[in-house]
Design a protein around this ligand. Structure first.
Ligand SMILES: NC(=O)c1ccc[n+]([C@@H]2O[C@H](COP(=O)([O-])OP(=O)(O)OC[C@H]3O[C@@H](n4cnc5c(N)ncnc54)[C@H](OP(=O)(O)O)[C@@H]3O)[C@@H](O)[C@H]2O)c1
Length: 230
C-alpha cells in the first residue's frame, strides 16, 4: 500500500484561540511576512486542502503567490501551484468561487456518496468529484491522494477539518501561528472544537520549532515520528 501523504496542518489564531471573528469580513490574523512563509510551505506541497466551509466563507484562491516559487516548481516539472482539494457532505459549493475559477491547477472535490451526482452536475469540468464514502473518511481521502502521487499535503483548515485530521491521528506537523490580539466572541470558530485528541496531558506533543515572525509567533509541533527535528 502507498504510504499516506505527509500531512502539514496550518492555521492562525488569536491569542484566545479563535480562527476568525463573527463578522462578514474575513479576519486577517497573519502578517505579510507570515503570509510569505505560508506561500513557501504551499510551494513545497503537492496538494492543499480546505473544508467546504472555508471555501464558502473565505473564497480562497489557494495558489502559490510568488512568481519565483511558481517558476521553481515549473523547473521541477510541477504545476505552478499544488492541486487544490476540498471535501463536502452537502455538495453546496459555488462554481463561481475563486477555488473553481482562478488558476490552472487541478481541483479535486471529495464528496459524500449521496451528493456525488448533484455535485458533478453543479461543477461540471471545473473539478474532479470523487465519491469518498458517507461521510467522507479522511483516511480514505489520503489514500486516494497518495495513489495520485501526492506525497505532501497542506491542510489549511477550517476548524472542522483540522479537528478531524487531529482526532484521527492523521497529521504529521502542525504550524500554529498566534496573532497578537483577542477576538473574545464565542460566535466565532475556534481552533479546534471538541474531540478526543491523541495529545493530552498524559501525551504531550513535541515542539519542533518556535519562531517570531514580526508581531506573530509560529509554533511548529511535531505530531508524528515522520516530523524531523526542527
Ligand atoms: N485562521 C485560519 O488559519 C483559518 C484557516 C481556514 C479557515 N478558517 C476559518 O474557519 C472557518 C471555517 O471553518 P469550519 O469549521 O466552519 O469549516 P471547514 O472545516 O472549512 O469545512 C467544514 C465543511 O467541510 C465539509 N466536511 C468536513 N469534513 C467532512 C467529512 N468528513 N465528510 C464530508 N464533508 C466534510 C463539510 O462541508 P458541507 O457543509 O459542504 O457538507 C463541512 O461543513 C471560517 O471562519 C474560516 O475563515 C481560519
Amino acid at each position: 500500500m502507498t504510504e499516506r501523504p505527509y500531512v502539514v496542518l496550518s492555521c492562525a489564531t488569536s491569542i484566545d484561540g479563535y480562527l476568525d471573528d463573527a463578522s462578514e469580513q474575513r479576519l486577517l490574523l497573519s502578517n505579510a511576512a507570515d503570509l510569505d512563509r505560508i506561500d513557501a510551505v504551499r510551494a513545497g506541497c503537492d496538494a492543499i486542502l480546505v473544508g467546504a466551509g472555508t471555501v464558502r466563507r473565505d473564497d480562497p484562491r489557494l495558489l502559490v503567490r510568488s512568481a519565483r516559487r511558481r517558476a521553481a516548481r515549473a523547473d521541477r516539472g510541477l504545476p505552478a501551484s499544488p492541486t487544490r482539494v476540498t471535501l463536502t457532505a452537502t455538495g453546496d459549493l459555488d462554481p463561481a468561487g475563486r477555488f473553481f475559477t482562478v488558476g490552472e491547477t487541478d481541483r479535486i472535490v471529495y464528496c459524500a456518496a449521496a451528493v456525488v451526482e448533484k455535485t458533478r452536475d453543479r461543477l461540471g469540468a471545473l473539478a474532479e468529484v470523487v465519491d469518498a464514502g458517507e461521510p467522507v473518511d479522511p483516511a480514505r481521502l489520503l489514500a486516494d491522494l497518495a495513489a495520485r502521487g501526492v506525497r505532501r499535503l497542506m491542510v489549511e483548515g477550517g476548524a472542522n477539518v483540522h479537528r478531524q485530521f487531529l482526532t484521527a491521528g492523521l497529521a504529521d506537523e502542525l504550524h500554529l501561528v498566534v496573532a497578537p490580539f483577542f477576538v473574545g466572541d464565542c460566535r466565532a470558530p475556534r481552533f479546534v472544537g471538541d474531540g478526543r485528541f491523541p495529545w493530552h496531558p498524559g501525551r504531550r506533543a513535541r515542539v519542533a520549532e518556535v519562531r517570531q515572525i514580526g508581531d506573530v509567533v509560529l509554533v511548529r509541533y511535531a505530531l508524528s515520528d515522520r516530523c524531523a527535528e526542527g
